[in-house]
Every structure is written in structure tokens, then in C-alpha cells.
Design a protein around this ligand. Structure first.
Ligand code: SPD
Length: 352
């Protein structure tokens, strides 16, 4: 009889636990994004709102992201590739086609930027534009005199002032490194012709005398302590550092700059598609996207959010250059097989 009452009590307890929801396993959303590229308060708020956990990891280059996504046993739900890598992931058939009816805030996106995004994602079928930016040069004015940067051009990377000092870094990104040399030589960042690539290769051999490493993350700290004096840098990352260190400056070189758009995509293998849609929609909310842009210092393709941004942000020419400058900038496009020639030059420069 005693045994019978214990069993009844156990059944009642199990029923109570499942009715109250306490026994429900919290869903976990796996997100893989660039470093320093989200307001982490938003992650905590999303967890609270949707009673879930976010496992958030970061990468510092598209190439590293792709290697990890292709090889990892850990399957991510959402990743944030640049446009050219959206095309690569599409070709690999790794992306989930998005059902926009699940995104109540999709209409906040700027239609002219959605049109631009069609160059790497026809019909905007797989990618939600997240942020865009430009690549320039960041330096510490404690170490680099004004007359060295006065030319305001990419040639600063080859200035003899830096000879033998080992104080310059460039991004760990073949398209960005060769792109800078292409622009300096008067070509588009997407020009894969032998003539353009030879010119860029020759310029890079000169710049390389001063370059200590190809790195997309640690330069941010190294510029603060003088380990690095000058670095190729993404504009928002530079502005984040400049907000806390008055010795740091950023320039958009006079010849023009590489432009890119990063995106949110859902992997086909995602185990949490509904929660992934909820997260994308949460980021597309105008107020959340505004907060995110204020934090990351990158402009958002969210038109409704841009209308909420303060004047300091809108009028900052390092974030929002005027049309005359933007005409000299080139969006990094997907090049297919031609990208191999970029990789070969990049490897040659890194090895020698
Ligand atoms: N910390 C965020 C950096 C974002 C860089 N975007 C990608 C540029 C690809 N060329």
C-alpha cells in the first residue's frame, strides 16, 4: 500500500513539472558572427524574451568562418558572412531559403540596399543585409607624424618612414589586401585581369617590406600600446577604438576604398529554424537595429533604424561618406574561379 502511494506521488510530481513547463529543455540558438559586431545586451534581452539560450561564437575573417562552418561538428543556426561569401555558401547549397512572411520587420530594410544585395543574393532569397562598411587605414598619432599621413593615400603603407620598424599590419583577408593595392593602382577591387593583378602584386611587394603580420583582430589592441603604429582596418572597428583612445585616427584613403555588406543567413542544417527567424526579426526591429548600430559604429541597411540615428552618427564622414567618395568605392563581389589568382598572390606575399 505504501509502495502504491509513493508511485502515485511520483506520477503527480511528473505531471506537475511538465504542466508548469519547468521541465522543458530551453532551446539553444547557435550564432557565429564577426568579433565586436553586436551589442551583447541585445543577446541577453532576446534570451529573456524567448526563454532560450544563445551560444555566441566569433570569427575574424570570412575564410576562417567558412572553414569552421564546413568542417565543424557543431552546427550553427545563424552566421554573418560578407556578400561574396553568401554566394559561396549558396553555391555549396548550405543556406536555407528564407520565408519572409515570418519576418514582420523585413519592411524596415532599405530597398535600394536590398537591390545592391541582389548582386550576391539574387531575389534576396537567402540573406538579410546586416551592416555595411568601408576599409581604410587606422593609426596612432603618438607614433606616426602628421606629415607621413598627410598624403591621405594607400601609399602610406609603403612610406620609407616605416622601413625596418615592423609596425604595420594588414587585414588577414586576400580580397581586402589585394583590393587596397588594386585601388591604389587605379583598378577596381574586382578586377582579376592579369594586368591589374600584376600591378597590385608589384605594389604589395613594396608594401610588404613594412608589414609585420596579416591580422584582422589583434591590431585593435596593438595600436593602443604601440606594438602596431598603422593598420589596414574596417571603419566601424576603428571608430569603436577611437571612442576610447584619442590618439587613434582613421582615414579613408583618397583613391577610394573597398566596400562590403555583411549579412545574416540561416544554415540549412539549423536545428532551430523558428527561433532563428525570431532572432532575425528581433534584430530587424528598428529600435534594436538602431541600438546595434550605435554600438558597432557600422551603418545598418535598416532604413527605419537609420531614421532614428543621432546626428553625430549620420554626419560622421568616416561612417557615411558623401556620394563623391562613395563613387570611388567598390563593393567586393563574388569572383568564382578568378578568386584563386587573388589567393595565389596573397599566399606569395605572406610567404616571402
Ligand atoms: N568587427 C566587424 C568587422 C566586419 C567586417 N566585415 C567584413 C569585411 C569583409 N571584407
Amino acid at each position: 500500500m505504501k509502495k502504491f502511494s509513493v508511485i502515485i506521488a511520483l506520477i503527480a510530481l511528473v505531471a506537475l513539472v511538465s504542466l508548469s513547463g519547468c521541465g522543458k529543455k530551453q532551446a539553444t540558438l547557435y550564432i557565429f558572427n564577426w568579433s565586436d559586431y553586436i551589442d551583447t545586451d541585445l543577446l541577453r534581452e532576446f534570451e529573456k524574451k524567448y526563454n532560450c539560450k544563445i551560444k555566441y561564437s566569433t570569427f575574424d575573417s570570412n575564410e576562417n568562418m567558412l572553414t569552421k562552418v564546413k568542417s565543424s561538428t557543431q552546427s550553427f543556426d545563424l552566421i554573418f558572412p560578407s556578400g561574396d561569401h553568401v554566394s559561396i555558401l549558396r553555391e555549396l547549397d548550405m543556406l536555407e531559403e528564407l520565408d519572409k512572411t515570418k519576418l514582420t520587420n523585413y519592411g524596415n530594410l532599405d530597398t535600394s540596399l536590398l537591390k545592391k544585395a541582389e548582386s550576391f543574393d539574387p531575389n534576396n532569397a537567402f540573406a538579410i543585409p546586416y551592416a555595411w562598411g568601408l576599409t581604410g587605414l587606422m593609426y596612432n598619432k603618438q607614433f606616426v607624424p602628421q606629415e607621413i599621413v598627410a598624403s591621405n593615400g594607400w601609399n602610406i603603407l609603403g612610406d620609407s618612414f616605416f622601413d625596418g620598424k615592423n609596425k604595420i599590419t594588414m587585414l588577414d583577408d586576400a580580397r581586402e589586401v589585394i583590393g587596397a593595392a588594386l585601388i591604389y593602382s587605379g583598378f577596381s577591387v574586382n578586377d582579376a585581369s592579369p594586368e591589374a593583378l600584376k600591378a597590385a602584386h608589384d605594389v604589395l611587394k613594396i608594401w610588404d617590406r613594412n608589414i609585420t603580420q596579416f591580422d584582422s583582430d589583434s591590431y585593435k589592441n596593438e595600436l593602443q600600446d604601440g606594438t602596431t603604429w598603422l593598420a589596414q582596418a574596417y571603419n566601424g572597428d576603428a571608430l569603436q577604438q577611437m571612442a576610447t583612445n584619442k590618439d587613434l585616427e582613421f582615414i579613408l584613403p583618397k583613391e577610394g576604398a573597398a566596400m562590403w555588406m555583411d549579412n545574416i543567413v540561416m544554415l540549412k542544417s539549423s536545428q532551430n529554424k523558428e527561433l532563428s527567424y525570431q532572432f532575425i526579426d528581433f534584430l530587424l526591429d528598428a529600435e534594436n537595429a538602431k541600438r546595434n548600430s550605435d554600438y558597432t559604429m557600422y551603418p545598418t541597411p535598416n532604413e527605419a533604424a537609420m531614421r532614428l540615428m543621432g546626428e553625430d552618427f549620420i554626419n560622421n564622414k568616416l561612417i557615411n561618406p558623401d556620394d563623391e567618395y562613395l563613387e570611388k568605392c567598390y563593393m567586393i563581389d563574388y569572383l568564382g574561379e578568378a578568386a584563386r589568382s587573388f589567393d595565389q598572390i596573397y599566399e606569395d606575399i605572406k610567404m616571402n
